[in-house]
Structures are given as structure tokens and as C-alpha cells.
Design a protein around this ligand. Structure first.
Ligand code: SF4
Length: 72
């Protein structure tokens, strides 16, 4: 039913606010050395993708349709 979206993470502007990790520990882990998030699970639903993107104040998170897009 849902399209799968592939989340991408660009840490260029990342402030390390941890909002992404707090929102989804399934998708994001935390690199203690770099003090930045790391992608763990990048395949999400449309809804999750939009929520994650809206949570990042620095616009680090984006998504594309992915190669595994499922259309029903
Ligand atoms: S929400 Fe955005 S700015 Fe905050 S830690 Fe995650 S990627 Fe970085």
C-alpha cells in the first residue's frame, strides 16, 4: 500500500540537536564521537519520511522514491 521512501542524511548543516533520534530511534542512531546522527534504517513510509523531514530544523533529512518503491 505505502510507497517506500529512502531517507538520506546530509550532515553539512547538522546542529546535533538530536530531534531526529528522538523522533525515530529505528531510523537514526547517534555517533557519540562525532556528536551527530547516523542512518540505521533508511527505508520508511511516506508518512514517516515527511514527519522526519519536518522535524529537522537544519533540513539535513531528505528522501527519494527509492528503487524499491511499491505501487499498488
Ligand atoms: S534533526 Fe537534523 S539538525 Fe538535528 S541532529 Fe538530526 S539531522 Fe542534525
Amino acid at each position: 500500500m505505502n510507497h517506500k521512501r529512502i531517507i538520506t542524511l546530509d550532515l553539512g548543516e547538522c546542529s546535533g540537536c538530536q530531534a531526529c533520534v528522538e523522533l525515530s530511534s529505528r531510523c537514526f542512531g547517534w555517533d557519540e564521537n562525532m556528536d551527530k546522527p547516523v542512518l540505521v534504517q533508511c527505508e520508511v513510509t511516506d508518512e514517516e519520511a515527511l514527519e522526519l523531514i519536518s522535524y529537522c530544523p537544519q533540513d539535513c533529512i531528505a528522501f527519494d522514491g527509492g528503487e524499491n518503491s511499491e505501487q499498488v
